[in-house]
Design a protein around this ligand. Structure first.
Ligand SMILES: Nc1ncnc2c1ncn2[C@@H]1O[C@H](COP(=O)(O)OP(=O)(O)OP(=O)(O)O)[C@@H](O)[C@H]1O
Length: 860
């Protein structure tokens, strides 16, 4: 308990799983919590002379079952293991924390999601700049960046960390900027200092400074990086050698997607958990490395034409008919390979099991066949990646030489080390596994040597193995034999050889365990020199996997190669929305649309059209096509010629920030002002129903002013799609030559409307909102009243909204009343009312009756 208390004191915030023999035990408050979360029995044991302490535990081999439950329940768990072999230790066995598991710090398969990175994010708030670090201990990836809050927010949205850490005294800054959905942890202020960070990072990477990593001018980022690393280093006895590199997220290389865009375009997440997102459509990757990389590509689209074309050309080559077979073969291999990043990370922290080492080796054995296939494509952009892959043959030879080809999952459960690798081990195995043969041979040899036919080898508990000779042959016993026992008609002897053998066989199994364990640990340690090459391979295999995925989904979904250039025009022919088109019911077909935008003639498209006609779909698909092109994927369009965009901004739909205390309209204005303040002529902007959150004239004025700003301000002169219900905005084109009116066409058929979903030139007359209300099943009184009200408003002559409404409601038929039968005003017409058999009346008769009644009650 003294040892426990010492260790617990170092990890006061964590639940300490304390290894005792075959159990992990928890004590005190930890035990109370653990027994509740895990449903395990809570007992008490004596603690010191007077008190008792609560105790709850589970068998060590159930760790994988219980640990994820604790972490998911929001616990930080410190695993305290025995660091010495209890069998060879005379005093209390040394113990230490070997792993800290929190949502953002886990290496354990049961806690991790295979296809997702598990990033820990550290934030350092400074006055102007925010530093951010993303560190995945399960893959060794480590990135830092810094910028204004907006930028960092966007990165956090895109990287979707499982846990965020920040300074204790920055709680206000954090809660003001970030949603409360993140699992967070606050660290002491001293962790967030530059000196400390530099020291921590240079120690980790074993370097003098950080120059080689290209991050040396990112002070805030470095501080965040140091904090992230410090957070992991609370574990004892584990080197994190796989965290061997740190890189800057080079913001100038990637398209700026503001944080609203990542969410609004539903790239990876959606407001609705079950909704399909873009990643669901374009991720056909076959390896975890590919899947994780694709998510990063998606939130960091490229800006450099050459980089983009490298990917696009690779996808195009994979799609050539002559490469079909190669594509298939590549898929077969990728489908079968292991998670290099996680395997090598486990090796680095010494938590890899023998089966996983074999899996690592088998995966590396596939490098050569992969290279062969890639080279056979004859595509320079693919061959380039093939050349970067490293065969790692030294590792393969090593593992083949040292490890059993089908090893047991852990030491002590069967063979782990290969036959022929270690003489002592071979000898021990021979003894342990072929003991009977050996004794038989020894017996035969001795019979031959001594000529005693009755000689037998046997065993008893008193003096172990012995040779037994019948009295009749006693005289033939060699001198060096030592007599141990005399029976009535036989004598028992031991020999030097037999005793040596005995000591070997009796301890053989124990010794095998110890020796295998030592040899295995040496092997795992020696793998550390391959960490970097394996990580590089993982990255390139991830790249290949993403490109193959792009090729496969492009073929499956009929996507085409976009053409990118450094101009400003966007010219999409027959574009489609990649997600909506996959969700149509059978028989429905997605209506493709052309969209043209540039900075000189058609900069702003004002799209009007009834609700539900497909305005938002056109906005979003335009942005998605641009974005897909810039991550190097083919696009859902017949053709797309696209000037490279540097930023994509969206102001679409209502936000869910209500929990943060802002009104919907406030959120809308916040998002829009952040757009207007960050524009460049290369940006693409989507504005959906700007201003609808306030009164009509307010809304129209704001929307008008924004469109005018985008048109007139040379800095903000960027391609814009503007969807609106305000027909008044259709007047803008007269004054602003680069604003063009379009509408999404519908056909009116009597009282119904038919959605054609074609984007055509020209404004539109009215909004059909009431139709949608009807479609949505509003009570008929509401629909009827709204229809009348609208008709009056449209005819009204009032000069202000207020006057118009006043005029309309003063019309004689403009009251919608609901009567209660006990209303005194109804007393004199009760009889009349009761006599009405509503079911027999036609609607017209019913209306007439109603008017009669209204007159009787004086219009009330
Ligand atoms: N081009 C299309 N082809 C087929 N179906 C489409 C198309 N565009 C949109 N739809 C379908 O119509 C639905 C409504 O589209 P969308 O949300 O774009 O309408 P909207 O005009 O923006 O409506 P609102 O003004 O009410 O927001 C979509 O969810 C989709 O199912």
């Amino acid at each position: 308990m003294k040892q426990y208390n010492q260790i617990k004191a170092k990890h006061p915030q964590a639940m300490l799983l304390f290894r005792v023999g075959d159990f992990y035990e928890t004590f005190g408050e930890d035990a109370v919590k653990a027994s509740k979360i895990l449903g395990i029995v809570l007992t008490k044991r004596k603690n010191g002379s007077a008190s008792h302490i609560e105790l709850a535990g589970f068998p060590h081999h159930s760790l994988n079952t219980y640990l994820p439950k604790l972490v998911r329940a929001g616990e930080r768990v410190a695993i305290c293991d025995q660091l010495e072999d209890p069998k060879t230790t005379k005093t209390i066995v040394k113990r230490g924390v070997t792993e800290l598991v929190t949502p953002g710090v886990a290496i354990n398969d049961q806690v991790l999601e295979q296809k997702k990175n598990n990033f820990l994010c550290a934030l350092h708030f400074d006055k102007k700049q925010v530093g951010v670090a993303f560190l995945d201990i399960s893959t060794g990836e480590f990135f830092v960046a810094q910028g204004n809050l907006e930028y960092v927010h966007k990165l956090v949205q895109g990287f979707a960390p499982s846990e965020i850490i920040f300074q204790k005294n920055k709680n206000k800054e954090f809660t003001e900027a970030f949603s409360s959905n993140f699992y967070t942890y606050k660290l002491e202020d001293w962790v967030f200092t530059e000196d400390f960070a530099l020291d921590t990072l240079t120690k980790q990477f074993n370097t003098q400074g950080l120059k080689g990593f290209g991050i040396d001018n990112l002070t805030q980022g470095i501080i965040a990086g140091g904090a992230a690393l410090q957070y992991l280093s609370v574990t004892e006895n584990t080197k994190l050698e796989h965290i061997s590199n740190i890189s800057r997220i080079e913001e100038e290389k990637y398209v700026w997607l503001d944080r609203f865009t990542v969410r609004n375009l539903e790239l990876i997440h959606s407001h609705n958990e079950n909704a399909t997102t873009l990643i669901d459509i374009i991720d056909d990757t076959l390896t975890p490395m590919g899947s994780r990389l694709l998510k990063r590509w998606l939130v960091l689209p490229l800006k450099d034409e050459e980089d983009i074309n490298e990917r696009l050309n690779a996808v195009e080559s994979l799609l050539l008919p002559e490469n079909n077979q190669l594509r298939f073969e590549l898929g077969e291999i990728l489908n079968d390979i292991g998670d290099l990043e996680r395997l090598v990370s486990k090796a680095a922290v010494g938590k890899i099991n023998p089966k996983e080492v074999i899996q690592l080796k088998k995966t590396l054995e596939q490098i050569e066949p992969i290279q062969k296939i890639l080279k056979a494509t004859n595509a320079p952009d693919i061959i380039k990646i093939a050349d970067r892959l490293e065969a790692c043959s030294e590792l393969i030879v090593k593992v083949n030489h040292q490890l059993h080809p089908e090893p047991a999952i852990q030491i002590g459960k069967g063979s782990v080390i290969a036959d022929g690798f270690n003489e002592e081990l071979d000898e021990l195995r021979k003894i342990a596994f072929s003991g009977k043969d050996y004794l038989q041979q020894l017996q035969e040899r001795e019979i031959e040597k001594t000529g005693i036919p009755s000689l037998k080898v046997a065993f008893n508990n008193v003096f172990g193995y012995y040779l037994e000779v019948r009295n009749t042959h006693k005289d033939k016993v060699p001198e060096e034999w030592i007599r141990k026992q005399t029976l009535v008609n036989a004598e028992r002897y031991i020999t030097q050889e037999l005793k040596e053998y005995e000591s070997k066989i009796l301890g053989a199994e124990d010794k095998i365990q110890v020796l295998e364990s030592r040899l295995y640990n040496d092997l795992v340690l020696s793998l550390s020199k391959f960490i970097r090459p394996v990580q590089r391979n993982a990255h390139y295999i991830g790249q290949i996997d993403c490109l193959l995925s792009f090729a496969n989904i492009s073929e499956k979904n009929n996507y085409n190669k976009p053409e990118l250039n450094d101009g400003f025009a966007l010219n999409i022919k027959e574009g489609r929305h990649p997600v909506i088109e996959k969700q149509l019911k059978s028989g429905e077909e997605y209506v493709a649309n052309d969209v043209y935008l540039d900075n000189d003639t058609q900069q702003i498209i004002m799209i009007t059209g009834p609700n539900m006609s497909g305005k938002s779909a056109i906005l979003r698909q335009t942005a998605l096509i641009s974005l897909m092109a810039q991550i190097g994927c083919f696009v859902p369009a017949k053709s797309a010629k696209l000037g490279i965009v540097d930023k994509i901004f969206t102001r679409v739909g209502a936000s869910d920030n209500i929990s943060s205390g802002e009104s919907t309209f406030m959120v809308e204005m916040n998002e829009t002002s952040s757009i207007l303040n960050n524009l460049s002529p290369r940006s693409l902007v989507l504005l959906d129903e700007i201003g609808r959150g306030t009164s009509t004239y307010d809304g129209i004025s704001i929307a008008w002013a924004i469109a005018e700003y985008l048109h007139e301000n040379p800095k903000a002169k960027c391609k814009t799609l503007f969807a609106t219900h305000y027909h008044e905005l259709n007047e803008m084109y007269k004054k602003f030559p680069r604003i063009k009116n379009f509408n999404v066409s519908v056909k009116e058929m009597g009282t119904k409307i038919l959605f054609i979903r074609k984007l055509v030139e020209g404004g539109s007359e009215h909004s059909f909102g009431i139709h949608v209300a009807k479609l949505a099943g509003m009570p008929s009184q509401v629909v009827q009243r709204a229809t009348k009200m609208l008709a009056h408003l449209e005819q009204s002559h009032g000069s202000s909204d207020k006057e118009k409404v006043q005029e309309a409601v003063n019309q004689p038929d403009m009251q919608l009343s609901f009567f209660q039968l006990d209303d005194p005003v109804l007393e004199n017409i009760k009889e009349e009312l009761v006599s009405i058999d509503i079911d027999t009346l036609t609607p017209v008769e019913a209306l007439m009756k109603l008017n009669e009644i209204k007159k009787m009650v004086g219009g009330n």
